[in-house]
Design a protein. Structure first.
Lengths: 243, 236
């Protein structure tokens, strides 16, 4: 579904992705962990060309996203992206945030878009908040609206960029529940997160990144063995300690 | 002073109308409003061009804005006054002249306000729209401009206040506005310029002060609204 081939990216003289390769197959959930600045967010942002890469290739459904003639906006409709800061449109209601893409891109009628949006809001348990403005919602509710906004476009893949990092602890759970349900439904997902419990439960594979490289990969079940994955185990120990 | 006002209030308000052209405060407000309204599309165009990734759009727009902002308004009024008849081929009245000059002048200033509004938006807004698959124009029209213009409402009201004061320059080309009306009154009375221009000053002040207060009020409302949406502040 998504393949990274020797991806290289620099911010000026600073290399943020160094020879990253890897594959995410349909229906798989990959979780990216690692210290901040290790390139996790940048890596998933390359998938929809929010970040350009300077070397290597990123393929989505077999198509090189940098290829000439590829309609990147069409591709972006197939790849949902959830941000740390939610990035809801503050001047539109929860419902308006979701229907925008449907009416503008899917050419749905207002009524049809509304119906579709309500379906997604129901899925994240926010039916009664449909007409609220984002400013009136809690962080957890905002992030769930953001997830619903992405899902309404029927994406084939969902990318999550630290979706719970900006949330107060008591709101993390409600967002993770929505994500787990999504994973259980067979959605292909790449999640950048520090929620190790979530990773253990849902991930097919965990990638540990440091200094722009994926330095260790493993199934969650193997995580316990510090001998096989010393760096990852060390990092998890540290993260666990601070919680 | 009161006596002057009693005898001439109608002239201050609407000029010689209905016995002559409409003028006075009514014309001042009309010219300021219509100028700002007409310059709006130009200002948005200039702002977007200045933020464009394309040099061939960015450079000319930047040059225009810097040139206009680097010249006094009276220059534009004279240029319009002397050159537009040559271009159009007929005489152009004072009001039209002033409005044309103001549209050019204000477009440059307003475009800077709009540009600041756009640049002030969190980067995540455009990224979220882009990630949905929206192209440049739907993103600009549905996401960027509504927020940028809303946030910049106080600055736009302030710009309206400046425009009102700038219409007084219309006096030099006999545009029938508030200052022109005051001058007419003064010419009739001859001996009371202090009182007449005192009334003029008070009128401008009351109008502009009221509008500035309105701008402050809107500003408070908007920042209160922002306080309710801390989500945009945490963008990492």
């Amino acid at each position: 579904m998504i393949r990274f081939e020797n991806v290289e990216k620099w911010f000026g003289p600073l290399q943020v992705l160094a020879d990253v390769s890897g594959e995410v197959r349909r229906g798989e959930v990959k979780v990216l962990v690692g210290p901040s600045g290790s390139g996790k967010s940048t890596l998933i942002r390359t998938v929809t060309r929010l970040e350009r890469i300077q070397g290597g290739r990123v393929l989505v459904g077999g198509a090189d996203i940098a290829a000439r003639g590829l309609d990147i906006n069409r591709l972006r409709q197939r790849v949902g992206f959830v941000f740390q800061a939610y990035n809801l449109f503050p001047h539109l209601s929860a419902l308006g945030n979701i229907t925008l893409g449907l009416t503008k891109l899917r050419r749905m009628s207002r009524a049809a878009a509304r119906e579709r949006a309500m379906e997604e809001l129901a899925r994240v348990g926010l039916t009664e908040k449909a007409n609220e403005m984002p400013g009136m919602l809690s962080g957890g509710q905002r992030q769930r609206v953001a997830i619903a906004r992405s899902l309404a476009m029927d994406p084939e893949v969902m990318l999550f960029d630290e979706p719970t990092s900006a949330l107060d602890p008591e709101m993390v759970g409600e967002v993770l529940v929505a994500m787990k349900r999504l994973a259980a439904g067979g959605m292909t997902m790449i999640c950048v997160t520090h929620e190790i419990g979530f990773a253990r439960e849902v991930a097919d594979e965990i990638w540990f990144m440091e200094a722009g490289k994926v330095i260790e990969r493993g199934r969650p079940a193997e995580l316990a063995s510090a001998s096989a994955h010393p760096r990852l185990a060390g990092f998890l120990h540290m993260v666990g300690h601070h919680r | 002073m009161l006596e002057i006002l009693q005898n001439n209030w109608l002239l201050f308000l609407i000029g010689q109308y209905p016995h002559g052209p409409i003028g006075g405060l009514a014309m001042t407000l009309f010219m300021a409003s219509i100028s700002l309204a007409l310059c709006f599309p130009f200002a948005i165009g200039l702002a977007l061009a200045r933020l464009s990734p394309y040099r061939w759009l960015r450079l000319p727009a930047t040059a225009i804005v810097h040139t206009v902002r680097g010249l006094p308004l009276i220059m534009f009024i004279f240029w319009t006054y002397f050159f537009s008849p040559l271009i159009i081929g007929r005489a152009v009245g004072g009001v039209e002249t002033l409005v044309i000059a103001l549209v050019v002048y204000e477009a440059a200033y307003l475009s800077e306000i709009i540009r600041a509004g756009i640049e002030g938006l969190p980067k995540g807004q455009v990224e979220a729209a882009t990630s949905l698959g929206l192209r440049y124009w739907p993103t600009t029209i549905k996401i960027v401009l509504p927020q940028a213009l809303h946030n910049m409402l106080p600055s736009m009201v302030s710009q309206f206040v400046s425009t009102i004061k700038e219409t007084s320059l219309g006096y030099v080309i006999s545009a029938h506005e508030l200052t022109f009306a005051a001058a007419q009154v003064n010419n009739v009375l001859l001996t009371q310029p202090f009182e007449v221009y005192g009334i003029l000053a008070l009128t401008y002040f009351a109008l502009c002060f009221a509008l500035t207060s309105l701008a402050r009020f809107i500003e408070r409302r908007i920042s209160a609204g922002r306080g309710g949406t801390p989500g945009v502040m945490v963008a990492a």
